[in-house]
Design a protein around this ligand. Structure first.
Ligand code: HEC
Length: 143
């Protein structure tokens, strides 16, 4: 009888794991594990060349280079990316930095809306909860 109970609880556990699969948002965050996974590959293919594979980019991101332009800032939560709402982050990735006098290329043709969301999910997954929560406040204010 105990064995049956044990087997039953394993089945139950497996069923729970199934429903909590990659489609469920990560605790307290707007995105899913599946989006993070998808975003990781897209990020490495399109963004890592400037922002570094781990999102750390340029530590001296506040200082313009010899051409007067700012270098790529870190996206890993250590710079000021968290000051921008989801809509603004998406806009920057879609249209690049040119509208703001920057040099980052736009990706609207290369990445569709869901791919851009996945990339954002990936770099936000690098943010500590404290930074993410501060971003959440800014994002809800801008809606
Ligand atoms: C050719 C280099 C280059 C590539 C490739 C690039 N970026 Fe950038 N990115 C920059 C630069 C430089 C800036 C600073 C603003 C500017 O000059 O446009 C920037 C700024 C940003 C910002 C604003 C950050 C902030 O803190 O304000 C985000 C978000 C961003 N990039 C995301 C991405 C993503 C996502 C990709 C890939 C889809 C990407 N970038 C690809 C160079 C690049």
């Amino acid at each position: 009888m105990r064995q049956i109970a044990l087997i039953f609880s394993f089945v139950l556990l497996a069923a729970c794991a199934e429903t909590e699969g990659p489609k469920t948002p990560i605790d307290g965050r707007w995105y899913t594990e599946a989006q993070v996974e998808r975003g990781r590959g897209l990020y490495l293919a399109h963004c890592a060349v400037c922002h570094a594979a781990d999102g750390s980019a340029t530590s001296d991101w506040r200082k313009p280079g010899p051409d007067g332009h700012y270098p790529p800032p870190p996206l890993n939560g250590s710079a000021h990316t968290w000051h921008h709402s989801l809509a603004l982050l998406d806009d920057t990735i879609a249209n690049g930095g040119e509208p703001f006098g920057g040099v980052m290329p736009g990706f609207a043709i290369v990445l569709d809306a869901s791919e851009r969301q996945a990339v954002i999910a990936w770099f936000q997954s690098l943010w500590p909860d404290e930074i993410y929560d501060r971003w959440l406040e800014i994002d809800s204010r801008d809606r």
